[in-house]
Design a protein around this ligand. Structure first.
Ligand code: AMP
Ligand code: GLY
Length: 448
């Protein structure tokens, strides 16, 4: 099978790395300099939907897999379908589950899927302030449109909310994407990235993962696209898995069908494991980034075949096996991320890092000038490793991270730390068992 991957980040590098193991040919468009050594990168503008379809037709790709959300929201799946080209990913209408937080919330409510309750849907700063007047804190303000993971504020007070409202409407930081907001109640619990690959009827679950969204250690600082992730099975005990499937995954697939929205592709459920059970924080119509970089090293099946079958509506009976143990990835971010990341800073030590046994380095915001690597974006590199347990996976990843030098860059030093401690004690974190059995208890602190 010849596979074209669309995108240019660490997620796409990880996909290319995994798919190259079994596919006859893998291209990535536009890809990045870091993956160009192992797969062929092709120039393309992902906003030019017909141009991307032309490219897939010209190279005669058997399957196109879409990494980021933007082309899906623009309708790339519809364009490919109209030309008889095989692409894995939902059409424009279904991609609204990610493209509009308000669309997603209405979908969740319409189909009785557990989620945070709505405080307001607001079109102006005045409306937002009014809606927040009598609320309990924390309240969560979400720009309706796509903001690369940065359009959400969990506000602890009116003062914090006010500053964000100012950025949305007065500064216009997110453009039109931030001129309409969803305001919802703040939920307490631990988060879980629950990702499925579905053909619309059947699905396989990816290994469970947990992202670290805040920029700095101990969940301090602004929200980012994700600063690191880990995967191990004990964060999703069987009872919790069953509860997620029966209250969230199946109702979502059934809801899509009832609404006449065809969906095949990856579907990401951002969950909060609350004392009242798992609730949906968000849908993404794609694989998570950096969850993918943590999860794919655990794949023990033919991912290309699974993607092909999902795109063709033939996932029934497909068995996805996962390597035991755990995996983790650490994001190295450029100075200034997530605000204004500094580009053009030299990167040293890549070779030494790659020589750490078990470490895999995925490139995101890098570029090569002759023999010199430089930063070229916010999230620069993602260092991933698999181990017998989370402690050993993190140990390998951090050893490799320590060999990379980029002036002014930073990374979180606590990826998986608390979970690793729990795992070493030989039990899954308690909150998940409680969520699974729906035992009522006081809200707990989020883990990451
Ligand atoms: P979203 O893009 O909707 O997933 O939001 C980004 C991040 O904001 C989530 O991963 C959570 O950390 C946080 N968040 C979103 N919604 C809520 C909520 N209702 N309660 C608490 N935290 C939230
Ligand atoms: N890591 C969260 C996301 O991909 O949206």
């Amino acid at each position: 099978m010849k596979i074209l991957i669309l995108g240019s980040g660490g997620r796409e590098h990880a996909l290319a790395w995994k798919l190259a193991a079994s596919a006859e040919k893998v291209w990535c468009a536009p890809g990045n300099d870091g993956m160009a050594g192992s797969v062929e990168c092709l120039r393309v503008d992902l906003k030019d939907v017909p141009g991307v379809a032309d490219l897939a037709a010209r190279i005669d790709a058997d399957l196109t897999i879409v990494g980021p959300e933007a082309p899906l929201v623009l309708g790339i799946a519809d364009e490919f379908a109209s030309r008889g080209l095989v692409l894995l990913g939902p059409g424009k209408d279904a991609a609204q589950l990610e493209g509009s937080k308000i669309f997603a919330k209405r979908f969740l409510e319409r189909h009785g899927i557990p989620t945070a309750s709505v405080i307001g849907i607001c079109d102006s700063a005045g409306e937002a302030r009014e809606a927040l007047k009598s609320t309990r804190w924390p309240a969560v303000i979400k720009a309706d449109g796509l903001c690369a993971g940065k359009g959400v504020l969990v506000a602890a007070s009116m003062e914090e909310a006010d500053a964000f409202i100012h950025r949305l409407w007065d500064v216009g930081e997110f453009g039109d994407a931030g001129k309409r907001v969803l305001i919802e109640e703040g939920l307490a619990g631990e988060e879980l990235s629950y990702i499925i690959l579905t053909d619309g009827k059947d699905f396989i679950r990816m290994a469970p993962a947990r992202d670290h969204k805040r920029a700095y250690d101990n969940d301090q600082g602004p929200n980012t696209g994700g600063m690191g992730a880990y995967s191990m099975d004990s964060i999703l005990p069987a009872a919790l898995d069953e509860l997620v499937v029966s209250t969230i995954v199946r109702p979502t697939l059934e809801g899509l069908r009832r609404d006449g929205l065809e969906y095949h592709g990856f579907l990401y459920f951002g969950l909060m494991l609350t004392a009242d059970g798992p609730k949906v924080l968000e849908y993404n119509c794609r694989l998570g980034d950096p969850e993918t970089e943590a999860v794919l090293p655990r794949v023990d099946f033919d991912l290309g075949e699974a993607c092909w079958r999902a795109a063709q509506g033939e996932l029934e009976d497909f068995k996805a096996n996962w390597l035991p143990g755990a995996s983790a990835c650490v994001v190295i971010a450029a100075q200034g991320y997530p605000g204004n990341p500094r580009s053009g800073t030299p990167i040293h030590g890549l070779e030494n890092a790659a020589n750490v046994p078990g470490a895999v380095i995925f490139h995101a915001g890098t570029r090569r000038e002759g023999t010199v690597w430089k930063t070229n974006g916010g999230r620069v590199l993602i260092v991933s490793a698999r181990g017998e347990n989370l402690g050993s996976a993190c140990g390998i990843a951090y050893e490799a991270v320590g060999k990379i030098e980029i002036e002014g860059s930073f990374y979180r030093r606590d990826i998986g730390r608390r979970a690793a401690a729990g795992q070493e004690a030989g039990h899954a974190p308690k909150v998940q068992e409680q969520a699974a059995t729906k035992t009522a208890s006081a809200p707990r602190r989020r883990e990451t």
